[in-house]
Design a binder for this molecule. Structure first.
Ligand code: HGY
Ligand code: MN
Ligand code: MN
Ligand code: MN
Length: 412
């Protein structure tokens, strides 16, 4: 079996990056523009430079390394993923794809390979949306699919807008529009990502070559009532925001079960304000994450969720439903899918075509440039948790598939 990449080098990068977390010992928590994020960006810059790349940070904080081509005017192949995380997540989600890029850059350096077409290696911000909501923010900016006014609208749980957070990070939000890529400025986008599911491991496959990504929507719901004393306010005189929210929450999962068609619905974030045991809550916010392979199923589930939520309002409670993200199902490049599959075969690897139930920057970039997405196995299918794991040998095999494909796309 042909092998190119070095599992030990990959391990050193993954473990090096994993030092930068707000929750050491309890998984990876790296919010965009946080101190840990700055340290991780500095680490990536240093590693990209030692891999022989010229490195810049763009106007929104993406870290981009460039390997110049003998024909620098050609649109580059871009390889990468994100290096922000969910709360208490794993050290492979997104990071494996950024590390894969650096390993590929090292392979080009070690082998003295001079591409004709330039190659760019990117570590992206805010794919998870953990801090500012929605998600896939970097790729939506790059692909020109995020309104530039969003930076004043998106805010974290402390009310710090993305624009303010950018300024504190040393960026100028007024310059963010310069991060938007010109149409045609990326020849192809390739992302390596952990599967985050059980299929590859269960089937004994080495890699998954993704041909489509399910559609997804994310809602932010706010119930507003009146705070009050838990002991002196009669039950019939309350405007308890939590009662309204619970009435809605108790019905939402059944909507997904009823519609079927592989639809899923998750309420992952729930905040009760002010959070005192003896205070009637005046404000409850929660998120609703909806996904399905078919666009109309996502749309229907969003609408049904919205009406259940709104019906739980009234009786003195006001309800607000904000749609923070809506991305239709995406088909990835058929040509890149077959190139990646062919190289997996040539490398003696077992591959399978897969649909992705997880959203990825690739699903946004696929609307901007031919895009390929390669999965490597996740142990027990676990992700978005500290137990997330992929053997470095397995990761190296995925890197080899991307490396062989990048060579085909860029070498003279
Ligand atoms: O939510 C997702 O599917 C991805 O992890 N952002
Ligand atoms: Mn994730
Ligand atoms: Mn991810
Ligand atoms: Mn992703």
């Amino acid at each position: 079996m042909t092998r190119f990449s070095d599992p030990q080098r990959i391990q050193r990068l993954i473990e090096g990056l994993d030092r930068f977390t707000a929750t050491p010992g309890e998984g990876t928590t790296r919010l965009t523009y946080s101190p840990e994020f700055r340290q991780a960006a500095d680490f990536l810059r240093a590693e990209m430079e030692s891999a022989g790349l010229t490195v810049r940070e763009d106007e929104v904080g993406n870290v981009i390394g460039r390997l110049e081509g003998s024909n620098p005017d050609l649109a580059p192949v871009m390889i990468g993923s994100h290096f922000d995380s969910v709360p208490n997540g794993g050290k492979f989600d997104g990071q494996a794809g950024v590390v894969a890029g650096i390993e590929i850059a090292s392979l080009f350096r070690d082998r003295g390979l001079m591409p004709e077409r330039p190659i760019e290696f990117i570590g992206m911000i805010e794919e998870e949306g953990t801090r500012f909501g929605g998600g896939m923010v970097a790729s939506r900016i790059l692909a020109g699919r995020l309104d530039m006014g969003s930076f004043d609208a998106l805010a974290d749980d402390d009310g710090i807008t993305m624009a303010e957070a950018m300024a504190r990070f040393g960026l100028d939000p007024a310059q963010a529009h310069r991060a938007v890529l010109k149409p045609g400025s990326v020849y192809a986008f390739l992302e390596l990502h952990i599967e985050q599911g059980p299929v590859l491991e269960a089937q004994g496959d080495d890699v998954g070559i993704v041909d489509r990504v399910v559609g997804m929507a994310q809602l932010k719901v706010t119930f507003r009532g009146q705070a009050g004393h838990a002991g002196t306010t009669p039950m019939n005189a309350r405007r308890d925001a939590l009662v309204g929210a619970v009435a809605a929450l108790s019905q939402l999962p059944d909507l997904a079960c009823a519609i079927g068609q592989d639809a899923v619905l998750t309420v992952g974030k729930l905040e009760v304000h002010p959070g005192g045991a003896n205070v009637i809550p005046d404000l409850v916010t929660f998120t609703v994450d909806i996904r399905a392979p078919k666009d109309e199923v996502v749309r229907t589930l969003v609408e049904r969720s919205r009406s259940v939520i709104e019906q739980a309002g009234g009786n003195g409670l006001t309800v607000k439903v904000e749609e923070q993200l809506f991305v239709s199902p995406v088909l990835l490049s058929v040509e890149l899918h077959s190139t990646l599959t062919r190289h997996a075969g040539t490398l003696g690897l077992k591959s399978r075509t897969m649909v992705s139930g997880a959203g990825h920057d690739a699903m946004i970039m696929a609307q901007f440039a031919p895009t390929g997405l390669v999965f490597v196995p996740s142990r027990n299918g676990i992700s978005h948790a500290p137990e997330e794991w992929t053997d470095y040998e397995q990761l190296a095999r995925g890197v080899d598939v991307v490396f062989a494909t990048v060579c085909e796309l860029t070498l003279p």
